[in-house]
Design a protein around this ligand. Structure first.
Ligand SMILES: *Cc1c(COP(=O)(O)O)cnc(C)c1O
Length: 360
């Protein structure tokens, strides 16, 4: 019950153990098409370019920035935690100029600040932000932020690694242009794959670049030869065949549950966790209105040894909770309620274990 990887359903693990077939086998290609359709459902999009990148969430992040940022591009980047900082690093490595909109750790991105930055930099090309900041547990208003980007003729890049499957996310309705996620958070699949989706507007920017995409592996123009629609599938790299079996199974399970039901389950169990934690005197870092249900950042109680409590939970209760990252190291715990880890019995177990180890 940390910040991911989350627990994995036996169905997904069993899917992964099926025999490995060729990455150009007709049966595999049929499954690729199903994975793309299931991802469109999960992202709530009709974007043709919706596919899994063969590497973890960080590679999805890099796919967005390496394809969309051209040298000299001004990019407005919102930083309210660790992952916003990584976005800035990506922008600068690909020759862009980062215009930072900073918010305090543990708070959402402030739309008015993004609006002000867009007005101050009318030549900006992109607005980038993290929907669900896993380092702090804050959820930003992706719909409003994308509206602001669109109004100022900017393409939006959204990090949805922790949000996909856990909270409301609607790529088409909200006008998101480029988005990336991960498999090991609320999708409850094994780590190592990054679903991405690009709008036509984002693809136009990629197609009209004046310089080549500086990464061969992540260049969408090349990747689409293998993953593209109706493409005569050509070898680009060897797909992680068994990991994609697992992703397919976890997406089928999400579809069977229903996306809205999954969002509601995360919201409901977050409430249960909140009641249980508050009863033993543990308080949340993020304001109620901006809290992510799937990533609960709580203050470590006064006088409590962070590392010792976490290792007791791990060794005696077989329960992992997350440590604080960056500015929050040693100050907060991060309790994940992601996908399969978001079950009533796990919430009750977590609260009982914390109560016992804290001697309450
Ligand atoms: C986990 C995470 C990532 C990175 O994903 P990896 O699979 O670890 O590479 C990026 N952004 C956010 C918000 C995350 O939570």
């Amino acid at each position: 019950m940390g910040p991911g990887p989350s627990d994995i359903h036996p169905r997904v693990l069993q899917a992964m153990a099926r025999p490995t077939i060729g990455h150009l086998d007709p049966a595999f290609i049929g499954m690729m098409d199903e994975v793309k359709a299931l991802l469109k459902y999960a992202f709530q999009t009709k974007n043709e370019l919706t596919m899994p990148v063969s590497a973890p969430g960080s590679a999805g992040m890099e796919t967005c920035f390496v394809n969309l940022v051209e040298p000299g591009d001004k990019v407005i980047v919102c930083i309210n935690g660790v992952f916003g900082m990584r976005m800035k690093e990506n922008i600068e490595r690909f020759g862009g100029e980062a215009i930072v909109v900073a918010d305090d750790w543990g708070t959402a991105v402030t739309p008015a600040k993004v609006e002000a930055a867009c007005c101050a930099h009318p030549d900006a090309k992109i607005v980038a932000f993290v929907h669900a900041e896993t380092s702090t547990g804050a959820c930003s208003d992706a719909k409003t932020l994308c509206e602001i980007a669109r109004k100022h003729n900017c393409i939006s890049i959204v990090d949805a690694v922790t949000s996909l499957g856990g909270v409301e996310l609607r790529v088409d309705d909200w006008g998101i242009d480029a988005i990336y996620s991960g498999t090991q958070k609320c999708l409850s699949c094994v780590p190592g794959i990054s679903p991405v989706s690009f709008s036509e507007k984002a693809l136009d920017k990629v197609r009209n670049r004046s310089s080549k995409v500086p990464s061969w592996f992540l260049d969408l123009n090349l990747v689409m030869g293998y993953w593209g629609s109706g493409a005569k599938r050509a070898y680009h790299h060897t797909a992680p065949v068994n990991t994609l079996y697992a992703l397919h199974e976890s997406l089928v399970m999400l579809k069977n549950e229903g996306l809205e039901n999954a969002w509601q389950r995360h919201a409901n169990l977050h409430q249960e966790l909140k009641i249980g934690l508050e009863e033993i005197g543990i308080n949340f870092v993020v304001n109620e209105a901006e809290r992510l249900p799937q990533l609960n950042s709580v203050w470590i109680p006064e006088g409590v040894d962070d590392a010792q409590i976490r290792s007791t939970l791990l060794n005696e209760y077989n329960l992992e909770i997350g440590a604080g990252l960056g500015d929050f190291a040693g100050k907060v715990w991060r309790i994940g309620l992601m996908g399969e880890s978001c079950k009533k019995e796990k919430v009750l177990f977590c609260v009982a274990a914390l109560k016992a180890v804290l001697g309450k």
